[in-house]
Ligand binder design. Sequence first.
Ligand SMILES: Nc1ncnc2c1ncn2[C@@H]1O[C@H](COP(=O)(O)OP(=O)(O)OP(=O)(O)O)[C@@H](O)[C@H]1O
Ligand SMILES: [Mg+2]
Length: 480
Amino acid sequence: MIQMVTEMLRAQGHEVIPCNNGDSALESMEAHTPELVITDLNLEKSRTQGLDILQKARALNPPAIVIVITGFGTVETAVEAMKTGAYDYLEKPFKMEDFRLCVERALSYNQAISENVFLKRQLRDKFQFHRIIGTSRPMQEVFRIIERVADTDSTVLLLGESGTGKELAARALHFNSRRQFAAFVPVNCSALPENLLESELFGHRRGAFTGAINDKKGLFQEADGGTIFLDEIGSMSPMLQSRLLRVLQDREVRRVGDNTPTHVNVRVLAATNEPLERRLKEGAFREDVYYRLNVIPIQLPALRERRDDIPLLVGHFLKHKIHARSGQPFQVTRRVMTALSAYAWPGNVRELENVIERTCALSEGHVITLADLPAPLRECVPAAGDEPGSETDHLVVPHAPDISGPGAPAQRGVATAAGLAGPMAPGLLLKPLKDFLREQEIAYLHRALSHTNGDKEQAAELLGISLATLYRKLAEVGSD
Ligand SMILES: Nc1ncnc2c1ncn2[C@@H]1O[C@H](COP(=O)(O)OP(=O)(O)OP(=O)(O)O)[C@@H](O)[C@H]1O
Ligand SMILES: [Mg+2]
C-alpha cells in the first residue's frame, strides 16, 4: 500500500518520503518537517503507533497536517484521532480517487492557514515600533510608554505638533495590542460639521433626519472589538463631547434617533496638536471629558527637539519610500545632511518626508546636492565652499545608526563615493542584521541551485539541508 500511494502522489508532483515503520517515520519527520503526514492508526509490530505519529506531527514547527487511515469499523479510534488534531481520516478500503481528493483538500487547507498567518504577521510587522524611526532620548521615552500601554485597554491621549507622528503612534498602539486583528478606525474630528460627525460616530436610525434613508452603523460600532482613533479631538463640539463621555464612561453608544443604547467594546485613542488646556480655559472643552481622555498622555517631540534622529529618518525615507517605490537608489551629500539637520522643521517629520520626496523627484541624478534643496533649507548652511562638484566626494551613508548618536563626530557619517559603490545598494548600507543574513541566505540558495542547474535535490545535499527545508525557504521568499 505504501508503494502504491507513494507512486500515485509522486506522479502528481508531490515529494513523498515513504516510511515502513513508526520509528523511522518519527525520525523522518524530525529531519524533513513535512507539510502533510499520512499514517495508518494501527501500525503492526511497531512500538510507535499512529497516534504517536499524529502527536509528533502536530508538534512540529510548523505543524504538519495529518490524515489518518483506519481499519474498517474502528470509528472510535478515528474520532479520537480527529480530537487529537488529525485533519481527516480515511477508512480502509478506500478508493484511490477519494484518497487523492483528501490529500488535495488537506494541502490547500494548510496553504490557506499558513498564508493567513503570514498575512497577519506581515500586517503586524508593518506597524512594529521599528517603523517609528528614532533613537533620540525623547523618542526612547515614547517607545517605552507605547510598549508599556499598547496591550492594555487604557485610553491614550497623543500630544504633539502637526506631523510629529501621532497617528503612527496610534497605529503602533493598536497593532501591538490583542485588538490587532480587529478594526483600527481613524476619525478626523475637525473634518466634518457637528451633525454629520455625530451620525458618523454614533450612527443613525432611518428617518432620524432628512436624508437618513437607511439605518446606519456608527464608527464606534465599526470599531467594536478594535480601536477607534479620534484625531484632532480639540475641535469636537461640546454637544459631541457629552455624547463621547457616555462612551468613555459606560462603553455605550446611542444612534441618532434611537433611544436604546448599544454596548461597544472599543478602545479609545485620541490626538490633538493644540494643547487642550487652552481649550479648557476657554470653556470650549469639557473638563470631565478631558480627564477621561488624558489617562495616559504621550507627548511626541517636535523634530527640532530630536535633531539626532534626522539622518536616520532621511535614510529611512530614502530606503522605504523612495527606493521602494521608484526603484531608484538616492544618496545625499554631507552638506545636504547638515542643512537637513539644521533646519527648524515647523511641519516636523511630515515636512521632512515631503521635502525628501519632492527633492528626489525633481533631481536630475541620484545624488542630492545642496542646490537641489528648497531655498529655506539651502540657507541653513554657510555658503562657503559651495563650488559644484566638490560635494560628491562626501556622500553620507544614510540609515547608519552611529551617525545619530549625540556628539558623534561628523566624519563618522561620511563615506567616500568609492565606499558606496560596493555590492550593497546605496542608502541601505547598514540594515538590520536579520535582513542582511536573510538576503545572504537567499543569494546562497540561488547560487547552489545554479551550480546544480536547478536540481533541488542535489542543491539541498550540497547545502546540507533537507529537500523540504530547501522548498520551504524558497517558498518563503516566493521563488520556488
Ligand atoms: N518617527 C517617525 N518615523 C517615521 N516616520 C514618521 C515618524 N513620525 C512621523 N512620520 C511620518 O510623518 C508623516 C506624518 O505622521 P503622522 O500622520 O503620524 O503625524 P501627526 O502627528 O498625526 O500629524 P497631524 O497632527 O498633522 O495629523 C507620516 O507619513 C508618518 O509616516
Ligand atoms: Mg494626524
